[in-house]
Design a protein around this ligand. Structure first.
Ligand SMILES: [Fe+2]
Length: 285
């Protein structure tokens, strides 16, 4: 074992040291890192110095990248990089009422990336360029720990069930009109409510803000169960809050954790993070 792995939470999340991404690393090191990712779901690699090209190349070690659709977070350019930022390139803070800032607020709702796609994401990687002195954490909730802690009756209730996911659900919680009519018109996608890790067999409850309806249940029953499952998953015991330091890159398993960004004094302090998203290997049902 050439990497050092330190747990960050009793149930999941670990800091891994011994890899300098820009300098390069061996296939053995990457195999250890990948194993740590499967085991701990959230991996923090501190002290990195990267540009977008290096972040993309590193992310591609995990698999092919998703192309982000043009949106306010990537200046409307389709790209492998999604920027989360609150300052212009000249350094001026962007006012909170700017459409770009409103769009990014959807990140503050618990979700798992790309669950509105038929093939949802395997993992996302977020690299910190600028961070505020206080606030602006990214929180992660373990859907594995949440599954393990469910009572037998609820486990039986969701086994084999499918939920419908749509991106409009989280955007509509932030502000009306964030979703284009074309995007709203796309049909929701079907996802298994329980996902099993192919390496270690651990089960995770697959839920989050994009999940809107459970097939085979009436609206009220479905809504009540989804709210109960989300509250259960995001209880404090199952949450790791990552306080950012410049140079951190955090990799999280979208099959096994939910995440959300927390607020900070964004009228005063800058926060710039760049995200890459690795595609999953196929539909979940
Ligand atoms: Fe996200």
């Amino acid at each position: 074992m050439s990497l050092s792995v330190t747990k960050l939470h009793p149930l999941f999340a670990a800091r891994v040291e011994g890899i300098d991404i820009a300098r390069g690393f061996s296939d053995t090191d990457f195999a250890e890192l990948r194993a740590a990712f499967e085991e701990h779901s959230v991996i923090v690699l501190p002290g990195q110095t990267l540009d977008d090209g290096q972040q993309i190349a590193f992310s591609e070690r995990f698999g092919p990248l998703e192309m982000m659709l043009p949106h306010a977070g990537n200046n409307l350019n389709p790209s492998h990089i999604s920027r989360m930022y609150n300052s212009e390139t000249d350094g001026a803070i962007i006012p909170p009422e700017d459409r770009r800032m409103i769009y990014l607020k959807a990140n503050r709702i618990w979700h798992t990336d790309s669950s509105f796609k038929e093939t949802p994401s395997l993992c996302s990687l977020l690299y910190a360029y600028e961070v505020p002195p206080e606030g602006g954490e990214t929180e992660f909730a373990s859907m594995r720990a949440a599954y393990d802690a469910l009572d037998a009756e609820t486990k039986a209730q969701i086994e084999g069930k499918v939920a419908l996911h749509h991106a409009a659900r989280t955007r509509d919680m932030v502000a009306p009109g964030l979703v284009t009519p074309e995007r709203r018109a796309t049909p929701p996608v079907r996802h298994a409510m329980v996902r099993t890790n192919p390496v270690n067999g651990r089960k995770a409850l697959y839920t989050g803000g994009h999940a809107g309806k459970i097939e085979g249940m009436d609206e009220d029953e479905s809504e009540a169960l989804l709210v109960r499952l989300l509250n259960h998953t995001t209880q404090p015991d199952f949450v790791y809050a990552h306080k950012w330091t410049v140079g951190d890159i955090v990799i999280w398993d979208n099959r096994a954790v939910l995440h959300r960004g927390r607020s900070w004094n964004d009228a005063v302090h800058k926060r710039t993070l760049h995200r890459t998203t690795v595609a999953g290997d196929g539909p979940t049902v």
